[in-house]
Design a protein around this ligand. Structure first.
Ligand SMILES: *Cc1c(COP(=O)(O)O)cnc(C)c1O
Length: 608
């Protein structure tokens, strides 16, 4: 049982001696990193950022296009920008910027705030592209970026934006940016994000509007500023064929616009969408192509169209975000409780005289063995139903009911263990497990840390950091610590997750959620006022040893209240008044007040 690491792991992690290790430099175990962070006093969920995995993705993107360009003797260049909307956090962006320099890898901005980030941090020679709906202030910012010396392309989403650019250029009496046109393809978008492409798309100019835009630019004498056309057919493109169609369509549009006199039009920006393999199950792959196939297809098709239409091969621009960001980040959540932990033999309160069915359950529990466990399991479930009915009708009391619950759970545990001896694939075990899941309460919020699971049903690979040399035998449902019944990753019969039976009194157990570097934290919600987790950047020194470069604690209760615009002085005053007017002794008041203020300054997550 390797939790599908060979499918989603991309050789970034491996299992050795029962623990999960990082396949880089001196190959540390994730659990050792977590232990060190906890020793520094950090508890609760921890987000680990690995810059070496950002580098690996950037390198893989540039290399595969470099190879394709060589293979097909392609004449255009390859350029790329990182779309900031995918991850704007400094713990991600600052390492990315360092790595990006060598590649001339730039940034894409879709809002004024993102543009300010790009203007602040982008490497001098790297491109900046600007998409999304723009007001005049955003265009002014783009011009200022141009004045700073950046290579800026403003992609217009509609004709009104072209007019705004012209007006702003007259204000400044200067034109320091390139123009891009987002084209509306008839090829529909793909996946759950289909609205990014297609004729009914939220974005882009239709053919009629493109022609009009060119006429306007001709009239204003700025057609030489038109440098790029752009499309984006959606995120997580799982099938390559719509992309190929979009390339053909945009290649033809590119050639025709050039023939209309746009001689500086020299680039096609193919947007993002490069998919990540999130699956833990062979039967459920998330994409049907490799990065090599992707780059070969793009380069080959653009060469073919350019030759046919006798135009120069365009530079290829790409804005893939998910592909670059996802692998870099791992969320680790400590398991703090197993639902069935209450059910142990010591808690039984058997009476001198018990209801017959309870006596029978006790017998089943004592005599269950490897030959009879399936039959006894079924009997136990039958008795369980009957006893609960008897309770509802008032024939047995709460103590009998408690004994019933304990015995049934103990019998199930024994049955699972007997079934496990015969190998994990045993169909009896499967049957038991499908009927009865263990519930693992993990110290994190799905709403904050995995919002795409909540909103879109996106599954992220989950794997415990330890015990990986032992076959897990409990079918698992993962609960987060919010009070919301949606805060649950339920057991799925078709794509089952099994975890270990553990005694948290004696050992720790951590769940790692992988490939969470794209979109999650920023889409995350402060539901129940659980907000950002602990965060650490893990780097490797020249000797291959890991080090924690940066460590940021979770938000404090106090700070999240301030975030919501509560007047914290008012909160503190009210709390203080309530203690002072309470019936506590004077000296107790002081002590309790001190304690209350310490708690107010503590983290929102649970202590492990
Ligand atoms: C969101 C977005 C991207 C990034 O998409 P990924 O699927 O993360 O690669 C690129 N370009 C545009 C215009 C976008 O809106």
């Amino acid at each position: 049982m390797n939790y599908g690491i060979n499918i989603w792991g991309a050789n970034n992690f491996f299992i050795e001696n029962g623990v999960l290790k990082i396949n880089y430099a001196n190959q540390p175990a994730l659990i050792d990193i977590i232990k060190e962070i906890e020793e520094k006093g950090f508890q609760g969920p921890i987000l680990l950022r690995f810059p070496h995995l950002i580098r690996k993705q950037i390198n893989s993107l540039y290399n595969s296009f470099k190879k394709a360009i060589k293979l097909f003797e392609y004449k255009g260049k390859f350029k790329a920008v990182f779309p900031l909307k995918v991850n704007q956090f400094p713990t991600f962006i600052k390492p990315l910027i360092k790595i990006a320099d060598k590649y001339n890898y730039g940034l894409e901005a879709g809002s004024k705030a993102e543009l300010i980030l790009a203007m602040t941090y982008n490497n001098k020679k790297a491109p900046i592209t600007i998409n999304g709906f723009k007001d005049k202030d955003m265009i002014r910012l783009a011009f200022i970026a141009g004045f700073m010396g950046y290579d800026v392309t403003v992609t217009i989403e509609g004709l009104n934006e072209l007019h705004s650019i012209i007006e702003v250029s007259k204000e400044y009496n200067s034109f320091p940016v390139n123009i891009g046109i987002r084209i509306r393809l008839h090829t529909s978008g793909v996946g759950i994000w289909a609205k990014s492409g297609g004729i009914a798309s939220k974005f882009g100019l239709s053919s009629t509007e493109i022609i009009e835009a060119i006429e306007i630019m001709k009239k204003e004498n700025i057609l030489n500023k038109l440098k790029m056309i752009h499309f984006h057919i959606g995120s997580q493109i799982n099938d390559i064929s719509p992309l190929k169609k979009a390339i053909r369509e945009s290649g033809n549009i590119y050639a025709d616009i050039r023939k209309m006199g746009a001689e500086n039009l020299i680039a096609i920006d193919i947007g993002g969408g490069l998919a990540i393999e999130y699956s833990q199950w062979e039967e459920k792959r998330d994409r049907n192509y490799s990065i090599e196939e992707f780059s070969n297809d793009v380069v080959y098709l653009l060469k073919e169209i350019s030759n046919k239409k006798q135009v120069p091969m365009p530079d290829i621009f790409i804005e893939s975000g998910r592909f670059i960001a996802s692998p870099s980040t791992v969320l680790v959540a400590p398991v703090i409780e197993l639902f069935s932990k209450e059910y142990n033999e010591k808690s039984l309160k058997l009476k001198k005289k018990n209801p017959d069915l309870v006596e029978e359950l006790f017998d089943l529990y004592k005599t269950i063995n490897e030959n009879n466990y399936i039959e006894f399991f079924h009997d136990a479930l039958d008795h369980f139903e009957s006893l609960l009915t008897l309770f509802d009708l008032g024939y047995i009391d709460l103590i009998d009911r408690s004994n019933t619950e304990i015995l049934v759970h103990l019998i199930i545990k024994k049955a699972i263990n007997f079934a496990s001896y015969r190998g994990f694939k045993n169909k009896d075990l499967k049957a038991i497990n499908e009927k009865f899941q263990e519930k693992y309460l993990a110290n994190f919020s799905i709403f904050q840390s995995l919002p795409d699971f909540w909103g879109l049903g996106q599954r992220f690979p989950v794997i415990p950091l330890t015990k990986l040399n032992i076959s897990p035998n409990r079918s698992a449902t993962i609960w987060d610590i919010t009070c919301d019944s949606d805060g649950e990753i339920p057991f799925n019969k078709k794509y089952p997750l099994y975890l270990h039976d553990i005694n948290l009194q004696k050992e720790d157990y951590y769940l790692g959620f992988f490939l969470v570097g794209a979109y999650q934290e920023i889409l995350g919600m402060k539901h129940n006022l659980f907000s950002f987790t602990n965060e650490a950047i893990v780097n490797f020194d020249n000797d291959g040893n890991w080090e924690i470069e940066f460590l940021e604690p979770t938000q404090k209760i106090r700070d999240i209240l301030i975030d919501l615009d509560y007047d914290i002085d008012e909160v503190e005053r009210e709390l203080k008044n309530k203690i002072e007017n309470s019936l506590l002794d004077e000296e107790n008041k002081k002590e309790i007040l001190g304690e209350l203020f310490l708690l107010l300054n503590d983290m929102v997550y649970l202590k492990n």
